[in-house]
Design a binder for this molecule. Structure first.
Ligand code: PMP
Length: 446
């Protein structure tokens, strides 16, 4: 594949050699590192426009990585760019005093997401989650947090556990051990975590029966997007809502990926879930760093009276707020999610046909613009299924063959393909045609 043919990506290769000298691992996020799949070196980007990305060697890609999610409107969406430029040129960036633009943005979020009565802005998903969990502990006076194996809720100490643990270290299937992402965590944090398998009502019921009175919150994505794309089984989210409500446990819906993407009201809108607290980032800012923690007024009251502090020099900075206002102004356009879903269905159908035509043991899981292609011969309901059944080697070949032909997505089998509002029917048709060729090559190699 071209990726391994330095003649086509030699500038990226050279950049990586330079960057590795001054940047640990040559990149500024683990998800871009060699060990996350960008092997033997990450592609260095020149620019993006709409659904397209160009690397510094001039190769063009149809982009389904979308910056890991933020580029929900595609790259350089005119209205967002203009709003940010206008703000910077005419107003400034950071004031440490409120600006009326924040009110407009918060009103839009409250209008878009029924479960949100009040919302505080911050900069990243990691921050929003950190605040959500702290707020839940303060509100309930309880200590423990339930989080699910295979999910990711940012890199703060309290939640950076059990994302993709090796099964040998991770304890029993129904009662997994808390496994830190690595060394350096403060001692004792595992005592405040309960790790559970997702999509398993009994495991949740048992945990709550055992120690519900100690459990402050359950944090979950409504679709597991950090182990490929795993959909909630019918009734699971409803059961989760009922069990947590009965036990006085705060339900935190982490919508950092799904927010404003699965619907204007996020995954909770799509599935009819009413969480107590919700976290948003990525899609909200159309490519600019902005995040939000929203929820019921009686819980946010602890933020309102200063009991729980939410600080941040850059929180609700002018760039973030301008970008998010412009993004949401676009997302309220009537009918655009319907069109997006129809377009995504064409991609899912096309990929499924390519799989069937080649008689590959593979399938696509998707909810609207979030999807993954699994090379597996068994259904995947939670992290351990994925760890046991997903074929990373075949996925790797698939990724290389697609990239070689100009279709970009993350090299990790546990990541997602994202479709933006800028992708066209032509992009989808082209992708499906390329997938046909790529899958034949995959079949020949495995
Ligand atoms: N929660 C979820 C569900 C995420 O997917 C991510 C990032 N991929 C985060 C939180 C952390 O967000 P950020 O990278 O903006 O800190």
């Amino acid at each position: 594949p071209a990726y391994k043919t330095p003649s086509r990506t030699h500038r990226s290769r050279d950049c990586f050699a330079r960057s590795s000298d001054v940047i640990p691992s040559g990149v500024n996020s683990t998800a871009r590192a060699v060990w996350s799949g960008w092997d033997p070196y990450p592609l260095f980007v020149d620019r993006g426009t709409g659904s397209r990305l160009f690397d510094i060697d001039g190769n063009e890609y149809i982009d389904y990585l979308l910056g890991l999610g933020p580029m929900i409107l595609g790259h350089r969406p005119q209205k967002v760019t203009q709003a940010v430029v206008d703000f910077i040129q005419n107003r400034g960036t950071v004031f440490a005093m409120p600006a009326a633009d924040e009110i407009a943005l918060s009103e839009k979020i409250v209008a878009a997401v029924p479960a949100i009565e009040q919302v505080r802005l911050c900069n990243t998903g990691t921050e929003a989650v950190l605040y959500a969990v702290r707020l839940a502990r303060a509100f309930t006076g309880r200590k423990k947090l339930i989080r699910f194996e295979g999910m990711y809720h940012g890199f703060s100490d309290g939640v950076y556990w059990s994302k993709h643990p090796t099964l040998e270290t991770a304890g029993p299937d129904k009662t997994p051990k808390a496994v830190p992402q690595g060394p350096g965590m403060p001692a004792g944090l595992d005592g405040s975590l309960i790790i559970l398998p997702w999509n398993d009502v009994e495991a949740l019921r048992d945990a709550i029966a055992r120690e519900g009175h100690n459990i402050a919150a359950v944090i979950t994505e409504a679709v597991m997007c950090n182990t490929g794309c795993i959909l909630p089984e019918p009734g699971y989210l409803e059961a989760m809502r009922e069990l947590t409500a009965k036990a006085g446990i705060i339900l935190i819906c982490d919508e950092v990926i799904t927010g404003f993407r699965l619907s204007l009201a996020g995954a909770q809108g799509y599935y009819g879930l009413e969480p107590d607290l919700s976290t948003f980032a990525k899609g909200l800012g159309g490519g600019f760093p902005v995040a939000a923690l929203g929820g019921r007024k009686n819980i946010m009251a602890l933020v309102a009276d200063g009991t729980v502090s939410m600080a941040g020099t850059y929180s609700a900075n002018g760039i973030a707020v301008a970008a998010a206002n412009a993004t949401l102004d676009h997302l309220v356009t009537p009918g655009i999610y319907d069109t997006l879903y129809e377009r995504c269905q064409k991609l899912v159908d096309g990929l499924s046909k390519v799989i069937a035509d080649n008689q590959m043991p593979a399938y696509v899981t998707a909810v609207g613009p979030v999807m993954q292609l699994w090379f597996a011969d068994k259904p995947i309901r939670h992290y351990r299924d994925a760890a046991r059944h997903a074929r990373h080697d075949v996925f790797r070949t698939w990724w290389e063959e697609m990239l070689d032909r100009g279709v970009l997505f993350h090299p990790g089998a546990f990541e997602n393909l994202f479709v933006s509002f800028a992708h066209t029917d032509d992009d989808i048709a082209q992708t499906v045609a390329i997938a046909g060729e790529a899958m034949r090559a995959v079949k020949a190699k495995h």
